[in-house]
Design a protein around this ligand. Structure first.
Ligand SMILES: CC(C)(COP(=O)(O)OP(=O)(O)OC[C@H]1O[C@@H](n2cnc3c(N)ncnc32)[C@H](O)[C@@H]1OP(=O)(O)O)[C@@H](O)C(=O)NCCC(=O)NCCS
Length: 162
């Protein structure tokens, strides 16, 4: 992710059709988005990526490793979004998650990647399960969204080459 991606990320992230999938959904000004980008691309404990279709390098999504903890060798997978709607349901989400886990385990030498998802986000849940994540818990009525408290599913994937 680069500062030049600011407008694209603002457009994808605050597309109202993504409202149901993210805990926070507060559309921001371009200035506020710039400030967020400055902080995000320089953060030392996270890595944010834009995913592209080759060979034209057409951006279609974003994904990140957050709270990278090198002592305990773990990180949270987050900001997972196939922003270009025409690219959804083509295996691209799965590919992004698999590639980033591969990078986390085989380059950063992490041993665990974890994430959480709204229990009713079937497509995201399926994506994580198909990428080898295991469900480790549920937080009941944990996040207030759209007028009610919603359940959250906790997932994790260990670098266990057994
Ligand atoms: C979740 C998301 C990243 C998945 O990416 P995608 O490219 O659409 O998904 P894929 O094509 O890789 O499909 C992955 C799996 O999801 C499942 N899936 C696909 N469409 C589905 C649907 N409409 N309902 C339920 N499951 C579905 C399938 O099991 C599929 O695996 P398969 O192709 O081997 O059968 C993408 O849909 C997205 O950006 N959603 C909105 C944002 C979001 O929910 N982010 C996650 C927040 S935790």
């Amino acid at each position: 992710m680069e500062l030049e991606d600011t407008a694209l990320i603002k457009k994808w992230r605050f597309d109202w059709s993504n409202y149901d999938f993210f805990y926070e959904f507060t559309p921001v000004s371009t200035h506020a988005q710039h400030i967020w980008m400055e902080k995000t691309v320089t953060a030392r404990n996270e890595m944010n990526f834009i995913a592209e279709v080759l060979p034209a390098h057409t951006p279609f999504g974003m994904i990140a490793l957050l709270d990278i903890d090198l002592r305990n060798q773990k990180a949270e997978l987050g900001r997972v979004l196939v922003g270009d709607m025409s690219q959804r349901g083509k295996g691209r989400g799965k590919m992004m998650v698999q590639l980033l886990c591969n990078y986390a385990f085989n380059h950063l030498n992490l041993h665990k990647v974890y994430c959480e998802v709204f229990a009713d986000n079937a497509r995201a849940l399926e994506t994580y399960l198909k990428c080898g994540f295991e469900q480790t818990g549920i937080r009941k009525k944990h996040i207030y969204k759209n007028g009610s408290f919603k359940d959250i599913v906790l997932l994790e994937k260990l670098n266990d080459p057994r």
